[in-house]
Design a protein around this ligand. Structure first.
Ligand SMILES: [Zn+2]
Length: 141
């Protein structure tokens, strides 16, 4: 086993891309007919109904908080409270993730606030071979 192979983290979700060189990014699928952008693979555009006309696009690392929820209950080992957020990215794509770098307090978290996407280790979780996962989070911009 080459030790180098264990150094590169695995993406926590399939739409998080980790290029061999350069920064990780989120990938969307853009409808060639109407320009709507979605996360993950899909066969039919849910905006215009066009079938099989998607192109992979690199999504922006900037966006605005669309909606959020402060989570007080979770699985054992998951620290609460935390902010679960839905973010509209610049140029298209709506992404769910956790908002970090801000107190989980409704006084501090504002709808429409600008955020950026950051890439970090997925809370120390590892697979059976000990490979780390890379995940994405939102931070106030
Ligand atoms: Zn479309």
């Amino acid at each position: 086993m080459a030790p180098e192979s264990a150094k590169k983290p695995l993406p926590a979700v399939d739409y998080l891309k980790i290029p061999d060189s350069g920064d990780p990014y989120l990938e969307g699928q853009k409808c060639q007919k109407c320009g709507a952008v979605f996360l993950g693979q899909r066969g039919v555009c849910s905006k215009c109904g066009t079938r099989g006309q998607f192109e992979a696009v690199r999504l922006s690392d900037r966006g605005k908080l669309y909606v959020y929820s402060i989570v007080h209950r979770s699985f054992p080992g998951i620290q609460t409270p935390y902010v679960s957020a839905v973010v509209d990215l610049e140029g298209g794509g709506t992404v769910k993730g956790n908002l970090i770098g801000v107190d989980p307090d409704p006084e501090k978290v504002k709808m429409g606030m600008p955020v950026r996407v950051v890439y970090k280790d997925a809370l120390g979780r590892k697979d059976k071979e000990g490979n780390a996962y890379l995940s994405y989070f939102f931070e106030p911009a």
